[in-house]
Design a protein around this ligand. Structure first.
Ligand code: HEC
Length: 233
């Protein structure tokens, strides 16, 4: 059920592949091999925490992203309107989709040190979570739910509607999922050019995040299922 919500056959738009070794000639990725732990893709927020806790410290978002098994299913959006707004069309917000989980990152701007999570509990609703990086400590299982705005609402609930406490998950909330407005989807292919032209001296973190996404095996461009709301629906 959840799988169909995210990756229905019709939702699969394009497949992009990078060279076998995953990296362009003459530009080795600076991401350490100790990040490449393999294993199964995280299908829940607890799975992601477990993965984070098995990676080296201090842990960057890049190391975490590079660790994920390939192919990566990506949705890019240039929406300026979210907790993690896209900084520009060169720096879209990027969602990494597995069957059970949505991870959200931005390569630059105020959200670049945040990893956001949404774990599907139905076709249209997700448990939300957020973590600041770099991660220095071993995370506790409730670390991603520390996002209360006031007594009754989380920061996420400001935009994601119909927020309720998640049963059986201390501190966590479920709210409506949202997909990008149709005209806010951004293409994944130009990200390869952004990586090729990246200025490693002056925008190191951004280059590393692009490398973490694109240098470690194939990526494919996907879309959210139409039944997921957009912000203005
Ligand atoms: C200012 C409004 C706003 C706030 C606040 C907000 N979001 Fe979102 N979120 C959006 C919009 C709009 C989308 C649709 C995709 C897009 O256009 O970026 C979205 C989509 C998402 C998605 C894709 C899947 C899903 O379940 O919706 C994730 C993951 C996500 N947000 C995480 C979060 C988390 C975690 C928080 C709280 C820490 C949060 N968002 C707070 C506006 C917001």
């Amino acid at each position: 059920m959840r799988r169909a919500a995210v990756l229905g056959a019709a939702a699969l738009l394009t497949s992009l592949t990078v060279a076998c070794d995953g990296q362009s000639e003459g530009r080795p990725s600076p991401i350490p091999e100790s990040c490449l732990i393999g294993g199964a893709a995280p299908q829940s927020i607890p799975d992601a925490i477990e993965r984070i806790n098995s990676l080296p410290r201090p842990l960057s978002i890049s190391c975490f992203v590079a660790s994920l098994p390939r192919p990566l299913s990506l949705v890019a959006t240039n929406s300026p309107f979210s907790a993690q707004p896209a900084a520009s069309s060169e720096n879209p917000r990027i969602f990494i989709l597995t069957d059970g989980l949505v991870l959200s990152i931005v390569p630059a701007g105020s959200g670049a040190r945040l990893l956001e999570f949404a774990e599907w509990v139905s076709d249209t609703r997700t448990i939300k979570g957020e973590l600041p990086f770099p991660v220095e400590e071993t995370l506790t299982e409730d670390a991603p739910y520390d996002v209360l705005f006031n007594d009754t609402l989380t920061n996420c609930g400001l935009c994601h509607r119909n927020e309720d406490p998640a049963p059986d998950r201390r501190g966590a909330f479920i709210s409506d999922a949202m997909r990008p407005e149709p005209d806010h989807y951004a293409a994944v292919a130009p990200l390869f050019d952004e990586l090729e032209n990246c200025d490693w001296d002056n925008e190191t973190e951004r280059c590393e995040i692009l490398s973490a996404l694109l240098d470690f095996g194939p990526v494919e461009e996907v879309a959210f299922a139409d039944e997921v709301d957009t912000f203005f629906e």
